[in-house]
Design a protein around this ligand. Sequence first.
Ligand code: FDA
Length: 489
Amino acid sequence: KKEIEAPIIIIGSGYGGAVSALRLCEAGKKVIMLEMGMNWGKSGISYSNMLKPDKSAAWLKTKTIAPFFNIFGLKPFTGVLDRLDFEHINIWLGRGVGGGSLVNGGMAVTPKQKYFEEIFPNLDAEKFYNIYFPRAKQELKVNVIREDFLNDCPYYKFTRVGEAEAHKAGFKTMRVPNVYDFTYMEKEYKNEVPRSAFKTEVIYGNNHGKNSLDKTYLQKALDTGNLEIFDLHCVDDIKMNNDKSYTLNVNQIDTSGKTVAEKIFHCKQLILAAGTMGTLQLLLKSNAENNFPLHENVGKNWGNNGNFMTGRNWVKPLSGGTGAQQSTIPVGGVDNWDDPKHPFFAEIAPLPMGMDVATALYLQINKVDKKGSVYYKNGKLILDWNESHTQKMKENADYFIKKMNKANGGTRAHLLFKNGFGANICYHPLGGCVLGEATNEFGKLKNHDHLFVLDGSLIPGTIGVNPFVTIVALTEYCIENLINLNEFS
Ligand code: FDA
């Protein structure tokens, strides 16, 4: 087996990995990043759109894995979208250089300060809202759609209808910032540049317009000359050596998923940024199989960020439908967070089917009253999570849909989900390696001297909004402090 020595290794190239890489490289450190997915930018292969799923559509599967209307006939390929299926919940993830930023809707939302303070009572919120959130938004290139464009553009009829109906039902709405470049979008509308958001591109990747991490943090880190990214390198497990350094067993795969080389990487400092589920898989598996030391809090305090999908069919009588043409980039949401009985935020989501399906789709984000936990048994990750964890979310969804239908007409979306509720759909797995519980105050894993967890698993299961801005801000905060404490010398 080929052996490779590196001072610092980062596993995963999503938000936590990309931010850590940039700040370490800027501090003059040499960094190796291992990513199991492909480097799409380098590959020259285009992303497919939702109406014509192809290579990028799914991670090594023969059937597409969109939340609805899936088709057979895919040739297994290392696509960008993956889904992990547990007994009561399915979790969608991004795979590739850029992680979740390649497949997500780009919604860049800063949490409400009061809720952030409730979730992270030990952090200095003022510092976050004055330094780390603004820094995150600037690096991610967050911007907001122009209201005039939104009001005129047929591709945003679904948002206008969603907002008007919400107002009629007595709900407040909010404009949602995004990392998709809205200047580009206005040009694509005028057909001056190739279309992406208006060509049903998003969950299988965007060929244009979206400022995913490969165009922001990762590009900047590569520009320093200190970062080397090994794509299609999947870390299987981790061992801690007697001198407290780490050894990783890594499989290099080809685009059909076949192992083409087995490699061993050694490093003094290791950053786990494999995303909530990837990080937990590596830690819990290594613990079960290699006696890898773990603190008892690893795997605890997991949540789905209150994700609950729901929708309404026959949104037609008053509004005339949600539109045949729909942008894939959401820009509106219903903000019911301040309602003490039914606090939630609901993204007004697109359903770009190429025809007017007169259906409104919502991804609700709720509080998580009952947390789950994750453990490893019989060679696989098990999630202690069932309907009791989503009961309150279901009550909120029921309240929301009933109120919307009463004011506007329509029915609960039985065509999209069994009983009209998608309790099992999760885009935002969070927690399991919670900051200050499984790690120290800056992400160093307890019982370890040189292992740091920097990704969504630091957030205790809920943050009240779409999470990547928070993951970036938390990583900026942790890595700045870790570098200042000479943890990477
Ligand atoms: P992330 O998952 O981004 O990255 C982890 C990386 O590690 C992946 O590239 C993975 O392949 C790699 N990896 C894992 N295990 C490995 C191993 N063993 N070896 C090597 N590499 C490994 N959020 C938001 O704020 N706004 C939004 O609009 C959306 N929309 C959205 C839509 C969809 C469809 C999804 C699936 C998700 C979203 N999200 C979102 C969620 C958001 O994308 C998610 O919270 C972040 O990507 C998580 O960032 P992390 O840094 O934790 O890991």
